[in-house]
Design a protein around this ligand. Structure first.
Ligand SMILES: [Zn+2]
Length: 164
């Protein structure tokens, strides 16, 4: 589906980067996500939970946020909401976003770029499947914007993954 950039997209994406930085400082992987309503008001934020969720390798920020959003809000409301996320949602997270019913995603760094940046990593064996491919297989529309501010997003991972 056609994607449209909104005036507040960059500033909200940078808030997701802030969440990723805090996640990294707190001992989790450097990923962060935010849920905003149609007017750009922040509703929820969520960092990665790899460590804080007890070594849960599926505790990606987007999956945790989408699950929380699905419990908190109805489908009609979430269809108008946007998830801002520091990196492109993987196939698992894209599936969760779809099932939660969040209607729009804005991401920083693409999975493909992250794979090139990080290389091989046991803790982050990047799943290189574009999220729009997952969403396109669904029955309700999910708008995707990104990569956006990709160089800033890539900085979140600097000197983090080598040796992991
Ligand atoms: Zn994921």
């Amino acid at each position: 589906m056609a994607s449209t950039i909104r005036p507040y997209d960059e500033s909200l994406l940078r808030k997701a980067f802030d969440v990723a930085r805090r996640s990294r400082e707190g001992g989790d992987h450097p990923f962060g996500s935010i849920l905003a309503d149609r007017d750009g008001n922040v509703l929820l934020e969520q960092g990665n939970g790899y460590s804080s969720e007890g070594g849960d390798r599926t505790a990606h920020a987007e999956r945790l946020l989408a699950t929380r959003a699905g419990k908190a809000y109805g489908l009609d409301f979430l269809a108008e909401c946007t998830m801002y996320t520091s990196a492109e949602p993987c196939a698992m997270c894209s599936g969760t976003i779809y099932w939660a019913g969040i209607g729009r995603v804005v991401f920083g760094q693409s999975e493909k770029e992250m794979k090139q940046q990080i290389g091989e990593s046991e803790e982050n064996p990047t799943l290189d499947l574009p999220c729009h491919v997952v969403f396109a297989a669904g029955q309700r529309p999910t708008e995707v914007v990104g990569p956006m501010l990709a160089a800033e997003a890539a900085k979140l991972h600097e000197e983090y993954w080598s040796g992991r």
